[in-house]
Design a protein around this ligand. Sequence first.
Ligand SMILES: [Fe+2]
Length: 356
Amino acid sequence: MRLININDVEIGSVIAKPVYDSKLSLLINRGTVLSEMLVKKLIQADIRHLYIDDELSKGVELDPMISDEIKLQAIVSMKSIYDSQTIKHDKNTEEVREGTIKELKDIVDDIITEIYAKNEHKYYSTELMGAEMYHYNHAVEVMILSLLIGKRMGLDREKLLKLGMGAILADIGKVKVPSEILNKKGKLDVEEFEEMKRHVDYSYHILKDLVSLSSLSRQIVLLHHEKLDGSGYPNGFVGDQIPLLVRIVTMCDIFSAIVSDRTYNNRISVDTAIEILRSATPSKLDQDVFLALMQVIDVYPPGTLVELSNEKIAIVISNNPNSPTRPVLKQIDNGAQIDMLQELTLFIKKVLSRLP
Ligand SMILES: [Fe+2]
């Protein structure tokens, strides 16, 4: 199984993971053989990447830490909250809002249980819903990644719940940002960006007075765009003014955004995302959080095509848990297996989107 850009897919490839449309209805199920007509349908639904089974990826298995069912359920809940006209127009009673918080707490709690059960797994994103679904999926991704980092950094379960709640609610104020700005295909102009930044204020108004939401979760929502050097918003806080739990969510928010298909941008590879975050650390982003992120994700998820320093092309089969940049590979030309922990003179030159 491997992730491939829809423009590189070959007719006759087999779908390895279900694909959903923007209403979260099943578009194509696992096992479907791709025809030209299906590819057209997927492009129309703004699906830009697919998981496929093909000759190249034979023997590559993806065993996601969070099952697709649990994740889908969380995304469905987020979509219904975003779609709720009552939240959008301030017509919801406190009782309704408390009910929403309770629903989200159950979701976060289920994910925490799953994370404890699958301790040894690494995380990688497996969403397949097209860019239109970005905002719901993003909220769930940021929550999962934040929990993984929080657990890695030694937070207890009670703190994890508060962290997860802050993470999943961080962008809730975006329900009030006009959808032509939220889902704009091009770059936002200065005014539009100012409106987008206001989602933090909107979140504050939606969540204020909710007794069941902890002050830590609220703090995460209010401060998740602050940067350590003061270049963030809305307050321009620096260093110690930004608590650890906020720093975790900030890192995950940026990471998840750049490795996802968004309306105005296609996803970029995890290793490139890591380099972008590294360059912002420790000036803007927290060094310890960055190191923890490196421990909980696959820098080269299974199925990634890479060019090696010896010019050979290989596909990633699995990862070495304590060496995120030295995975186990299969060389394409002769099928030989290479454990990069044994071949220390070899390094990955770059990630390829397709065979040259
Ligand atoms: Fe945000």
